[in-house]
Write a protein that binds this ligand. Structure first.
Ligand code: DOR
Ligand code: ZN
Length: 463
């Protein structure tokens, strides 16, 4: 047989053009793209008449919690959720157990994830300051997709797990890095040439305000917001940018949630520094006002902020300050999410609803479909040095493809999610435009919402 898979008559979308052609796949790669029919049979044939063909969508920010907290989520479920939502590659966050602080743990994680991967996957490395500065170059060699620093978090001395509510009297806990240690970390990451993603929230400010406010207005989202204000993000982004200017680190601001953040990043970019940023659907489609209706499931760090922030983030998307959108998929169980706003864990599902929500934004005229391709495929692929293997439909590229129906209507329902813990702020949201087929390494893994193939995903490493 000449081809493995032929996709006929679809409209192929790139960030700069839209055209109708057939795609011919062989051995997991795009082997030909042609307006005329080419000779030869195929094992699989897809008729994509009336549908749009996008380069496989990438979600760069996923916490599948495998290992460590697999009672909340695991890689088998999160990658099914990804495939169901039209995502062909995810990048897995490193705050797992074991955490991804050494080459040994990176290799263990590759083995752990491989057999459960319904989509392709990259793995982030973690920065723990003095504890693993020496491991950053070896991790780079081994193939981490980038490095993440949870700024302001303490670390357990024995397990290297992040400590979420640090206080100085805790035993077996290493205090958060001081600015001197962070500066050295920036110098070490700069040497690797990889993207350096930071969780930007100033924990000193947050801890101080939390002590003041926690007792007062226990259940009010706005009081909670006052304890984790815009200033917390602004301070850490500002420090991060200053350190990146000094060290040359390729600073990437994770999940931008404030107008102040967007402004600082834009100014640094205008000065010519290679600072990049991402945001997530919750900052684009929700505001503090939604808490009344949605409640604690929408608690996520950084918190969803105000209307003016949402508007500034959209402006950042439209002028290119923010170069891509990702989910920050971080499920907890519904029991854990049901409780006092101040103490329940932060995070919700996202990998399955990322592309539907962005397609709906296309249907509402907020962005174009070509922009969506840039935001969910080409830009993240370029950012993490996996382009043109990923992020484009070209001869020679991996045959990762997302087929979408721009007219398909869909209602997001919590119970339909593929994740182990089904937690979403978007229950009841009406969407126009849905991924209808997810093709990974040339094989269809999702069709019309159903997972139809076994795990076949492969590790993705930067070039
Ligand atoms: O809300 C969040 N949840 N934000 C994070 O940065 C981490 C995540 C988690 O792992 O639960
Ligand atoms: Zn995250």
């Amino acid at each position: 047989m000449r081809w493995d898979h032929i996709i006929r008559n679809g409209e192929i979308v790139t960030p700069s053009a839209t055209y109708t052609a057939n795609i011919y796949i062989k051995d997991g790669k795009i082997a030909a793209i042609n307006e005329e029919e080419l000779n030869g049979d195929a094992k699989e044939i897809t008729d994509a008449s009336g549908l749009h063909i996008l380069p496989g969508l990438i979600d760069t920010h996923v916490h599948s919690r495998d290992g460590g907290a697999t009672y909340k989520e695991d890689f088998y479920h999160s990658t099914q959720a990804a495939a169901a939502g039209g995502i062909t590659t995810i990048f897995e966050m490193p705050n797992t157990n074991p955490t991804i602080n050494t080459v040994e743990n990176f290799k263990k994680q590759v083995n752990n994830l491989q057999s459960k991967a319904h989509v392709n996957f990259g793995i982030w490395g973690i920065c723990l300051g003095d504890l693993n500065n020496k491991d950053l170059l070896p991790l780079t060699e081994a193939g981490v997709i980038g490095f993440k620093y949870f700024w302001g978090y303490a670390v357990n001395k024995n397990t290297f797990q992040l400590v979420y509510n640090y206080s100085e009297d805790m035993v077996d806990v290493i205090a958060p890095c001081d600015d001197g240690q962070v500066f050295e970390m920036f110098e070490e990451v700069a040497k690797t040439g990889r993207s350096f993603g930071i969780h930007a929230e100033n924990s000193d400010l947050i801890n101080h305000l939390t002590k003041q406010l926690e007792q007062k207005d226990a259940d009010d989202y706005n009081a909670f917001l006052a304890s984790r204000p815009n200033l917390a993000e602004e301070l850490t982004i500002q420090t991060g940018i200053a350190m990146a200017k000094q060290t040359g680190a390729r600073l990437h601001i994770l999940h931008v949630s404030t107008a102040e953040g967007v402004k600082l990043i834009r100014e640094a970019q205008q000065e010519g520094y290679p600072i990049t940023a991402e945001t997530c659907p919750h900052y684009l489609f929700l505001t503090n006002e939604d808490y009344r209706e949605i409640g604690p499931v929408m608690k996520v760090y950084p918190l969803v902020k105000f209307k003016k922030d949402q508007e500034a983030i959209w402006e950042g998307i439209n002028d290119g300050t923010i170069s891509f959108v990702c989910s920050d998929h971080a499920p907890h169980t519904s029991e854990e999410k049901d409780g006092d706003l101040w103490t329940i864990p932060a995070g919700m599902c996202g990998v399955e609803t990322l592309a539907p929500l962005m397609l709906n934004a296309v249907s509402e005229g907020k962005i174009t479909l070509q922009q969506l391709v840039a935001l969910l495929s080409e830009n993240p692929a370029k950012q993490f040095d996996v382009y043109p293997q990923k992020g484009t439909i070209q001869v020679g590229s991996d045959a990762d493809i997302t087929i979408v129906n721009l007219n398909k209507r869909h209602v997001i329902k919590t119970e339909d999610l593929h994740s182990k813990s089904k937690i979403t702020a978007y229950d009841g949201f009406e969407i126009t435009g849905m991924p209808v087929q997810t093709i990974v390494n040339g094989t269809t893994v999702m069709k019309n919402g159903d997972i139809i193939f076994k795990p076949l995903g492969e590790l993705v490493t930067p070039k």
